[in-house]
Design a protein around this ligand. Structure first.
Ligand code: AMP
Length: 451
């Protein structure tokens, strides 16, 4: 049995990695942190400090350096990629901070495992929204530009009935659960050559109030035909219920990377709360502060709880002469795509969104996030949804960029929800003393490093 500790300079002190049923654990503790750098069973994994160490093909390396312009792997990439890319290609459940580079982990995983000469679907990535599927596909195509690997996007398209589609020939398929499931059940998408199956935002995909049933359908059907298919489950959040459940859907002999919830908040994103007396004051804060300073500090996403609240805020701002765009699930698919594209191209500065964009949406220019409504559980409006909170604030501060979040609190219930979120993550959210004070907002933005 060989067991090699991860290189001491690379892994984050925030990661805990373990193989639940392995026999060959080595714990390497540093005095200054609670790091548990643990090797996996009989398989030695060495953290990669360069992309070369990962034995990527020259075409893939070119994509990483020339197209993506990456210089070296991020912490999660350094730790997880050796686990993903080395035989025996064990399943992996991996938690990574928002914006820390997890897309690259599974994208390089898929591109490396695909045999370019075999013209058949070999890798699937399943995402919770069409926006995330499209975004992930764009990353894959850019990174894999020199590999010749083919890919297809499996998202709902209004105009193509399923029976009119030819069978899917692409080597990588990235899409939403509903579309992939329907392609599989109508036998348009074969799984006989599948080597790697990724679930992005896996906690949501496997949550009881998420897409658990459909995700299991896909997993079970794949495992029946391709029993050696490697499963990767990635997310920034895994609550205890989902965490326990995920271990049951992957092979016993899998690897895990988890982060303590107290260490999940991004240090680069400053969190603020602003008490306002009423709904009118909320609109005034957005108009006078966010529109005022937002443009100077980058782009802004304003999160609201419902489609209706998105429409109302949009209308109030438009009535006051302020321009912004709004995205929510009831819009036509083409309109959703257009709104996202305009925002990504920097043509719009402020985007109002329901939780449709709470997860995974990657736009480095987003420095401000506004929780116009706090995230709450669907079935209990007084209980915070801490996972969604973390995902929302993770839209700012991508890959270490500076960011700020303003939580607008109106009344006692909001304050109670906010304090539950604070105690959940063990963080103190700073109060902006006066919602009418320009100086207070300036000071907050300055302290976040944005002004
Ligand atoms: P992700 O967490 O995968 O959404 O990535 C967040 C952002 O970090 C994206 O804009 C990536 O392009 C960027 N990124 C990911 N990995 C690296 C890397 N190794 N070096 C520089 N930027 C990276």
């Amino acid at each position: 049995m060989v067991a090699k500790p991860l290189k001491p300079n690379s892994p984050s002190s925030l990661f805990e990695s373990k193989q639940p049923h392995g026999t060959g654990r080595i714990g390497s503790r540093r005095q200054d942190s609670n790091i548990k750098a643990v090797t996996s069973g009989d398989t030695p994994y060495t953290s990669a400090s360069t992309f070369e160490e990962l034995n990527l093909s020259p075409e893939l390396l070119k994509g990483v350096y020339v197209e993506m312009k990456f210089e070296k792997p991020s912490k999660i990439q350094a730790i997880s990629l050796p686990m993903i890319l080395n035989p025996p290609f064990k399943d992996l459940i991996a938690q990574a901070h928002n914006g820390s580079g997890k897309t690259t982990c599974f994208t390089l995983g898929m591109l490396s495992r695909v045999d370019p000469k075999l013209k058949a679907p070999q890798a699937f990535c399943i995402c919770p929204t069409r926006e995330l599927a499209i975004q992930n596909l764009e990353v894959l195509r850019k990174m894999g530009k020199y590999t010749g690997i083919t890919s297809e996007c499996g998202v709902p398209m209004d105009h193509i009935p399923i029976h009119q589609r030819p069978p899917i020939m692409a080597q990588v398929v990235i899409g939403t659960l509903g579309t992939i499931k329907s392609w599989m059940s109508t036998k348009k998408l074969g799984v006989s050559f599948l080597k790697i199956l990724v679930f992005d935002e896996a906690d949501h995909m496997l949550a009881e109030d998420g897409f658990k049933g459909e995700s299991l359908y896909i997993m079970e059907n794949i495992k029946k035909i391709s029993s050696h298919c490697q499963v990767l489950l990635f997310s920034a959040t895994f609550n205890d219920v989902v965490k326990n459940f995920t271990s049951m859907v992957v092979n016993d002999d899998h690897n895990q990377l988890f982060i303590k919830k107290e260490e999940l908040s991004l240090e680069s994103v400053k969190q603020y709360k602003v008490n306002v007396p009423d709904e009118f004051a909320k609109v005034m804060v957005v108009k006078d502060r966010i529109f005022e300073f937002g443009e100077r500090v980058g782009q802004t996403i304003i999160f609201v709880r419902t489609r209706n609240s998105a429409t109302m805020l949009h209308r109030s701002l438009a009535d006051l002469g302020y321009d912004c765009t709004t995205i929510q699930g009831a819009l036509r698919q083409e309109d959703r795509d257009k709104i996202v594209k305009e925002f990504k191209d920097g043509l719009t500065q402020v985007l109002i969104s329901t939780d449709l964009l709470a997860r995974g949406f990657d736009q480095q220019q987003v420095n401000l996030v506004i929780n116009y409504d706090l995230p709450v559980k669907h079935d209990n409006r007084t209980a915070p949804d801490c996972e969604v909170y973390l995902h929302r604030i993770g839209r700012a501060g991508r890959f270490g960029c500076k960011g700020a979040v303003f939580n607008l609190l109106c009344g006692e219930t909001d304050n109670m929800i906010m304090s539950k979120i604070e105690s959940h993550f063990g963080t103190k959210v700073t109060e902006v003393p006066d919602w009418r004070s320009e100086d207070d907002f300036k000071a907050a933005l300055r302290s976040a490093g944005l002004l």
